[in-house]
Design a protein around this ligand. Structure first.
Ligand code: PFF
Length: 433
């Protein structure tokens, strides 16, 4: 056990930081739409199965690797077997590349929050036709940099301690408001009315698998790194708590979004369009729209910042562990690199309009790193941890070696990689077709 390694101040601190990581813009702009488009309430069946059978086991594996080695990704993998250090490096690279474009979107969110606060909401086209997005990209990067530089307790943990309660309070307020809007019933109908016939469609299952891994921030080395700051604590209980919070917040986001969208007579959408086009025009039509819009984007900003912070910690901790860098220096170096990685994505939504194969660079990065890379990273972790870490060590972490643990090992060794391969193939086929 490493003696002077920083630790979470308490289990609650660790849980809040992990919820901060899991709850991101994906909960708000991805989950509700996926539910609406894939069978409504019926989608909960494949989704809960994915979280329970594959998401939580992989979360526990990551936490086990981190806690038992007391190291972050690259060093932890090296201590499992020398040759896996490179695999660890790949994961660090993928998270860093995702963070680059994630911060661009975080910047947009910040800009929108401010524009609503000042009562002057922007049109997305006009905004991305200027160079303003670059400034907000830099500001978001700085916020994340300052947080991570302050350390595990004083930075990462503290940010979530303040921001997660604020986020939940704003969300609950918006849900109540939204449900009392005239179009609420129609929105709920689209969101929730179950269509069980959709469950025979493999595409629905693939969507559930992909969203479960993405939303839990699992398979990225984040929980592995967080586990290295953790002492004795039931990994199942922690993982389950984080997963339940993540699901609840995503489900609540749907309760606020669809009633609003339908009340304004708009069509439901996902992603960039939902957050930056559809919802702003919904806010523009309703009473108190400016305040509500400001609250909505502040909530989204809190969600995005805590996720970005958790991503930044992965390369920072790797540098600290591998080269004994002090945190300040490691953070500065990584910050500079991330800003460079994110620059093409940031520029792709400015007047310059940088695009590749006719696709804005950011969209390409989201596909290559955020979709394919993310699944590949999860696959690497499940294989290195499941097949090469000694089962006895895993048992010790997850509380014994009985039949439950044998079932768990089978899931980790066969179930999780199989599901990840299916998700990978499904995503590639879907994007080709
Ligand atoms: N879990 C975050 C969300 O739902 O928005 C996104 C995310 C964060 C994905 C960190 C991947 C990651 F490594």
């Amino acid at each position: 056990m490493v003696q002077d390694r920083e630790q979470w101040s308490s289990t609650l601190g660790f849980i809040l930081a992990s919820i901060g990581s899991a709850v991101g813009i994906g909960n708000v702009w991805r989950f509700p739409y996926i539910v609406g488009a894939n069978g409504g309430g019926a989608f909960l069946v494949p989704y809960l199965i994915s979280v329970l059978l594959f998401g939580i086991p992989l979360m526990m594996l990551e936490l086990s690797i981190g806690r038992s080695t007391g190291k972050s990704v690259v060093s932890a993998f090296r201590s499992i077997q020398q040759r896996f250090a490179f695999a660890g490096l790949i994961i660090v690279a993928i998270v860093s590349l995702i963070l680059g474009y994630y911060l661009v979107i975080t910047g947009w969110v910040l800009a929108y929050a401010l524009s609503f606060l000042f009562g002057q909401p922007m049109a997305f086209d006009a905004f991305t036709d200027s160079y303003l997005p670059l400034i907000f990209f830099l500001l978001s990067g700085l916020a994340v940099f300052v947080t991570v530089r302050s350390g595990v307790r004083k930075g990462i943990e503290r940010a979530s301690r303040y921001l997660i309660p604020v986020l939940i309070a704003i969300l609950l307020f918006l849900v109540v408001f939204s449900l009392t809007q005239p179009g609420a019933a129609e929105g709920l109908e689209f969101y929730l009315s179950p269509d069980f016939s959709r469950l025979t469609d493999p595409g629905v299952w693939i969507a559930a698998f992909g969203q479960a891994f993405f939303s839990l921030s699992v398979g990225m080395g984040i929980l592995l790194t967080f586990g290295s700051y953790l002492r004795g604590e039931s990994l199942f209980r922690s993982s389950a708590t984080i997963a339940v919070a993540d699901i609840l917040i995503a489900a609540l986001a749907g309760l606020m979004i669809f009633p609003l969208v339908f009340a304004s007579g708009l069509d439901p959408a996902a992603g960039v369009n939902l957050a930056f086009v559809t919802l702003p025009s919904a806010f523009a039509q309703i009473r108190f729209g400016m305040v509500l819009g400001a609250l909505f984007f502040l909530m989204l900003f809190a969600a995005a910042i805590t996720s970005a912070v958790s991503m930044l910690e992965v390369p920072v901790a790797a540098l600290m562990d591998s080269y004994d860098y002090p945190r300040r220096r490691a953070t500065l170096l990584v910050f500079a690199a991330i800003m460079l990685f994110g620059l093409p994505s940031a520029l792709s939504y400015t007047a310059l309009g940088l695009s590749v194969f006719g696709l804005p660079f950011l969209d390409l990065a989201d596909y290559v790193f955020g979709t394919i890379g993310l699944i590949a990273a999860a696959l690497i972790i499940s294989i290195v941890g499941g097949w090469f870490m000694s089962p006895a060590r895993i048992c010790a972490e997850i509380g014994g070696c009985g039949w439950r643990q044998s079932a768990y090992m089978a899931l980790i060794r066969y179930g999780v990689p199989a599901v990840l391969l299916i998700t990978l193939a499904g995503n590639i086929l879907l994007s080709a077709g």
